[in-house]
Design a protein around this ligand. Structure first.
Ligand code: COA
Length: 151
C-alpha cells in the first residue's frame, strides 16, 4: 500500500481522537477510559508544541492510516507508540510502518534507543515490534517492555 509520512497537524485532531477511543485501542492502553474531546485537544496542543515529542501520521491518497508518537527521554532513549486506523488493521502493514515511522522520527529527535511498553495480551503489537527488531527486556504486571538499539 502506498502512503506518505508527515508530521501531525492540528487539523488531524478529530481522526486521531476517534482512533484513540476505538474499543481495541482502549483495551490496549494503560487506561481503558474514554478520552474526552477537551482533554484530548489539550494533550494534542501540548504535544505539538513539545520539542521532545514527535507525532507522525501516515496518509494514503484517500485516508489516514496510522499515527506514531515518539517522546525523547533524558537518557537519549525515546518511547514509541503506534495506533492504526481500525479499518486498516490486520493487513500486515504494521512492521513496515514502524520502520518508516522510525526512519522519519530520527530526522527530528536524536534518540539512540527506542522503548515500547505493550500489554501482554496485545499479540498483534508484540509480533509487529519483535519483527521490527525490538527485543523483550522485561515483563511486569501484564506490561512487556520492548527495546531496540539504533546505531
Ligand atoms: C498494534 C497495531 C499497530 C498492529 O497492526 P495490525 O495491522 O493489527 O497488525 P499486522 O496485520 O501488521 O500484523 C502484525 C502481526 O500480528 C499478527 N496479528 C495481527 N492481528 C492479530 C490478532 N488480532 N491476534 C494475534 N495476532 C495478530 C499478524 O499475524 C502479524 O504477525 P506475523 O507476521 O507473525 O503473522 C494495531 O493492531 C493497532 O493499532 N492496535 C491498537 C493500538 C495498539 O495496540 N498499539 C500498540 C501499543 S504500542
Amino acid at each position: 500500500m502506498d502512503y506518505r509520512i508527515r508530521p501531525v497537524r492540528w487539523d488531524d485532531r478529530f481522526v486521531i481522537w476517534m482512533w484513540r477511543n476505538d474499543p481495541q485501542t482502549r483495551r490496549m492502553e494503560r487506561s481503558a477510559d474514554y478520552v474526552g474531546w477537551d482533554g484530548f485537544k489539550s494533550w494534542l496542543k501540548g504535544s505539538l508544541s513539545d520539542p521532545n515529542r514527535c507525532l507522525l501520521l501516515a496518509d494514503t491518497l484517500h485516508d489516514s492510516l496510522a499515527i506514531a508518537q515518539f517522546t525523547l527521554q533524558a537518557d537519549g532513549s525515546a518511547t514509541i507508540g503506534i495506533n492504526m486506523n481500525p479499518r486498516f488493521r490486520g493487513r500486515r502493514l504494521a512492521v513496515q510502518l514502524l520502520e518508516n515511522f522510525i526512519t522519519d522520527a530520527r530526522r527530528t529527535l536524536p534518540f539512540t534507543r527506542l522503548l515500547a511498553n505493550i500489554r501482554a495480551e496485545n499479540e498483534a503489537s508484540r509480533r509487529a515490534f519483535a519483527k521490527a527488531g525490538f527485543v523483550e527486556v522485561n515483563d511486569h504486571d501484564g506490561i512487556c517492555a520492548y527495546q531496540r538499539d539504533l546505531c
